[in-house]
Design a protein around this ligand. Structure first.
Ligand code: SAH
Ligand code: SF4
Ligand code: F3S
Length: 444
């Protein structure tokens, strides 16, 4: 058997693509932990911010000496930077043999055959090509308790700061039968929790004739026996429908967590971002959701220092954070991206100002997150046990339905991996809760 080293950057869609690539290679390659040991080196890349892209160039650059020592090693760059750079990548880094965009990654075996036949380097970055993930094969590293299923590819929203529509292409949804088959297949392998993935899952099926809506798809999937938990990400606020809100209230398996990226609290900035909602419309949707399904925990993404963002605009982001009280946020300094319109917007915010604003957002959110974490103390939570905690193998680890990590103790001799249990929350950490096992509800 040959060895493959695969390093993944970026979002969960990349993790999914990487997993499926490894599955496609499984007959010929076993994964290895160090690039020095590998016959095939793959880097699955992210281009969403400048920093992510720079990381790729520096990492792939380091493989040059490996290649000069062992010219038979194949070096491949996949994913969003591969798509963005195309031929430029092999020009800048001539030791790269393979460039596959997000729409062509599943043609990895065919690409390797081309290289073996001496027809490399292979650069496949067509966006208007058939894209269809392979069915999952059982993984070797134990039975995973949870898995991702990508239900759509690409994005049509063109937020003015974002590169994704250019590197993942136009939005396409996978046929519902295919998605159901994939979930059934994972459940048969022992998976209990599925997270549906897409850049904007709530516009699922909108362009395809005869497809269910996203809320209808959730209903279909939640009927699959043996599946215990269902999640999804990401949702665009403009497409958050009443029907989807209702799904939280009605579908027992659908976990009470919604990632609803707001990006900014200022309607003026939201308009410049081309987000197609105002602060007031966003807050109204949050209010309505909480009315229909009060248990749902919200998380969000924030960009600070978008071109033209004034001190007053930024204050509005802070007051929105206070008002919504997200359980957790992911916040970023704005960065110029290729193709994205905001690159040409005037009034760029200086780096020090962005850094200071990010710091302020962190400080405020840390307080809110801590308060929310504390409110869990004394509560009995349903946890799907993923296995032993990596930090402390005496503890078990899993997540609440609201997606918080819980590490907990349990009597010796119990094998809880894959079980659904009740845990009494006793304490909080910075990124997790601590608790004690109460009883097993289901499984393993
Ligand atoms: N489809 C998702 C987001 C995908 S990108 C959505 O619409 O919410 C993940 C996050 O990266 C975005 O929500 C945004 O907060 C951030 N991001 C995207 N482009 C960025 C840029 N140019 N600079 C800084 N952050 C950016
Ligand atoms: Fe980017 Fe906007 Fe599409 Fe999200 S919805 S991927 S932020 S263009
Ligand atoms: Fe990054 Fe591509 Fe995902 S740019 S965030 S890996 S879609």
């Amino acid at each position: 058997m040959k060895r493959v080293y695969l390093k993944t950057f970026g979002c969960q869609m990349n993790e999914y693509d990487s997993e499926r690539m490894l599955a496609l290679l499984r007959e010929e390659y076993v994964p290895c932990a160090q690039p020095e040991e590998a016959d095939l080196i793959l880097v699955n890349t992210c281009s969403v911010r400048k920093k992510a892209e720079e990381k790729v160039y520096s990492l792939v650059g380091r493989f040059k000496h490996l290649k000069s020592r062992r010219p038979e090693v194949v070096v491949g760059v996949c994913g969003c930077v591969a798509q963005q750079e195309g031929e430029r990548l092999v020009k800048r880094l001539p030791h790269v043999d393979l460039v596959l965009g997000p729409r062509t990654v599943f043609r990895i075996r065919e690409a390797l055959q081309e290289i073996e036949a001496g027809r490399g380097p292979v650069v496949w970055v067509e966006l208007d090509t058939d894209w269809s993930p392979p069915l999952p094969t059982p993984s070797e590293n134990g039975r995973p308790v949870k898995a991702f299923v990508t239900i759509m590819q690409g994005c049509d929203n063109f937020c003015s700061y974002c590169v994704v529509p250019y590197v993942r292409g136009r939005e396409v949804s996978r046929p519902p039968e295919e998605i159901l088959r994939e979930v059934e297949c994972l459940v048969a392998q022992g998976v209990r929790e599925i997270t549906l993935l897409g850049q904007n899952v709530n516009s699922y099926g909108r362009k395809e004739r005869g497809f269910p809506t996203f809320a209808e798809l959730l209903r279909l999937i939640s009927e699959i026996e043996g599946l215990w938990r269902l999640r999804f990400t990401t949702s665009h606020p403009k497409d958050l429908s009443e029907d989807l809100m209702r799904a939280f209230a009605e579908l027992e398996k659908l976990c009470e967590h919604l990632h609803l990226p707001v990006q900014s609290g200022s309607s003026r900035i939201l308009h410049l971002m081309n987000r197609k909602y105002t602060r007031e419309e966003y807050l109204e949707k949050v209010r309505r959701l909480r009315e229909m399904a009060p248990e749902v925990a919200l998380t969000t993404d924030i960009i600070v220092g978008f071109p033209g963002e004034t001190e007053e605009d930024f204050r509005q982001t802070l007051t929105l954070l206070e008002e919504v009280r997200y359980q957790e946020i992911f916040s970023f300094k704005y960065s110029d991206r290729p193709f994205a319109r905001a690159r040409d917007f005037p009034e760029k915010v200086p780096e020090e100002v962005k850094a200071a604003r990010l710091e302020e957002v962190h400080r405020l959110q840390a307080r809110i997150t801590e308060e929310i974490y504390r409110s869990y103390i004394g509560r009995k939570e349903e946890i799907l046990v993923e296995g032993r905690s990596e930090r402390n193998p005496l503890l078990w680890t899993g997540r609440t339905r609201t997606n918080l990590v819980v590490n907990f103790s349990a009597p010796e001799g119990l094998d809880l991996k894959g079980a659904l249990v009740h845990v009494l929350i006793k304490d909080t950490g910075k990124h997790s809760l601590r608790g004690e096992y109460v009883r097993t509800l289901k499984g393993p």
